[in-house]
Ligand binder design. Sequence first.
Ligand code: DCP
Length: 134
Amino acid sequence: MVLSRLDQCMELHFIIIKVGEVGELSEIFQWKGEVPRGLPGWKEEEKQHLQEEISNVLLYLVRLSDVCRVDLGKAAMRKMEHNAIKYPIKLFKGSSRKYTEINENGGATAAVDSSIPADANTGKKDGNDGGETV
Ligand SMILES: Nc1ccn([C@H]2C[C@H](O)[C@@H](COP(=O)(O)OP(=O)(O)OP(=O)(O)O)O2)c(=O)n1
């Protein structure tokens, strides 16, 4: 299929709006609290809805990458390599905290809430990163 320049611009605009709908996916989790791996206790229709929203996001990202000529596989591998440098296992294993929150000794930076237990900065799992929850 050959698209005109205007059609291509409109398609890109449309895809970006759709990717913005990733909020619909997060809404599913909004009132769920901590979600265990495998979603025990979720109704079949809730799991089905989740499956559809995740697929929507994936399909729009694949399309967006194609329109923008981004090699998605390569880009993701490259990002993972960068993550490994920025988030060394020693400090971040099992943690979803941002690098700006932890200094090079594994301690919390001033920006971090003092209510977080000290061992949360040693690379051990903290309360938010139980591994078995989403
Ligand atoms: N404890 C963490 C935190 C993040 N990540 C990964 C998940 C994402 O792939 C990426 C996100 O990284 P940042 O939050 O640092 O975001 P950016 O890469 O966009 O960096 P910046 O916010 O400095 O622009 O890192 C990780 O592996 N472990």
